[in-house]
Write a protein that binds this ligand. Structure first.
Ligand SMILES: Nc1ncnc2c1ncn2[C@@H]1O[C@H](COP(=O)(O)OP(=O)(O)O)[C@@H](O)[C@H]1O
Ligand SMILES: [Mg+2]
Length: 252
C-alpha cells in the first residue's frame, strides 16, 4: 500500500464552545491540484492553520507522508515539506526581489547565525533564487525594490518565496484575490504549468469559481465546518446540495 500524501482523520477544531471544524476526514493526493471551497466562515483558514501548525486540532490527526503534522510547530512542518503563502505580509519592501527570496532560503536552510556559510554558499543561493524568479517571470525585476512592484507581481514574489524552499505541498490562500482579470489568467496558467511539472502539489482556497474550475483536479467543499462534498469539477458543479447551499448561479 502506498502511503497517503496528506491524510486528515477525524479532525475537530473548537474555539471555546464554538466548533469551527467538525470531524473532517480527507486525503489529498500527491500531484493532484486540490481546491478547498466554501462560503465565508466555512473553516477554510482554520483548516490551513491546522495543516501549517499555527493551530492544533482539538481532536483527530493530520499526517503528511506518514509523519504526524499535528503536535509539530510550524517550522518543523515547513521542513517536512508543507509551505504556505502569507499574502504579501511576508515581503520586505526595502529589500530587492531577489533578496526577499534569499531571506526565505537562508531561513529555510537554518543559515541564520552561520554567516560564513552564507558567504560560501552565496553564489549557489543566488543562482537558486534567480532560477525560481525566472520560472515565475520575475527575472527582469530581480534587483527592483520589492515595495515598488505592482500588486500582481507582489503576489508572484510571495509565490516565489514559497517555492524557493522546494516544498512538496503548497498551501495557497486565494492566490488570485485582488488581481486584474489578466493577472488572474496569467496566474492560472502559471499554476497549471507548475503543477504539470509534478514537483509541487497545490492545495488552493479560492472564491472565484472560474479559477477553481480552471485549476482543480479535485475539490473539497466545506460548509459550517463540515465536509459537505468532494469530487471532480464536474461532480461539484452537478452536486445538488453544493448548488443549493453555496454556489447558486456561479456554478453555471
Ligand atoms: N481564533 C478564533 N477564535 C474564535 N473563533 C474563530 C477563530 N478563528 C476562526 N474562528 C471562527 O471559525 C469560523 C471559521 O473561520 P475561518 O476558518 O476563518 O473560515 P473561512 O476561512 O472559511 O472564511 C468562523 O465562524 C470564525 O469566526
Ligand atoms: Mg478564510
Amino acid at each position: 500500500m502506498t502511503m497517503p500524501f496528506l491524510e486528515v482523520a477525524n479532525v475537530t477544531k473548537a474555539f471555546g464552545h464554538f466548533v469551527a471544524l467538525r470531524r473532517i476526514s480527507l486525503t489529498v493526493r500527491e500531484g493532484r491540484t486540490t481546491a478547498l471551497i466554501g462560503p465565508n466562515g466555512a473553516g477554510k483558514t482554520t483548516f490551513y492553520n491546522l495543516l501549517s501548525g499555527r493551530l492544533q486540532p482539538s481532536e483527530g490527526t493530520v499526517h503528511f507522508c506518514g509523519r504526524p503534522v499535528s503536535g509539530q510547530p510550524p517550522h518543523k512542518i515547513n521542513k517536512m515539506g508543507i509551505s504556505r503563502s502569507f499574502q504579501i505580509t511576508n515581503i520586505f519592501s526595502e529589500l530587492t526581489v531577489l533578496e526577499n527570496v534569499l531571506v526565505a532560503l537562508i531561513a529555510h536552510l537554518n543559515l541564520g547565525l552561520r554567516f560564513w556559510r552564507i558567504v560560501n554558499r552565496d553564489k549557489k543561493l543566488a543562482a537558486r533564487g534567480m532560477e525560481v524568479l525566472e520560472r515565475l517571470g520575475l527575472g527582469p525585476l530581480a534587483s527592483s525594490r520589492a515595495g515598488t512592484l505592482s500588486y500582481g507581481d507582489k503576489r508572484l514574489l510571495e509565490l516565489a518565496i514559497v517555492l524557493a524552499t522546494e516544498p512538496k505541498l503548497v498551501l495557497l490562500d486565494e492566490p488570485t484575490a485582488g488581481m486584474t482579470p489578466e493577472e488572474t489568467h496569467a496566474v492560472i496558467r502559471l499554476l497549471r504549468s507548475l503543477a504539470a511539472e509534478g514537483k509541487y502539489t497545490f492545495l488552493i482556497t479560492e472564491h472565484d469559481m472560474n479559477v477553481v474550475f480552471g485549476l482543480a483536479d479535485h475539490i473539497f467543499v466545506f460548509h459550517h465546518g463540515e465536509l459537505l462534498a468532494e469530487g471532480t469539477c464536474e461532480e461539484i458543479r452537478a452536486h445538488p446540495e453544493v448548488r443549493a447551499a453555496y454556489l447558486g448561479e456561479e456554478v453555471d
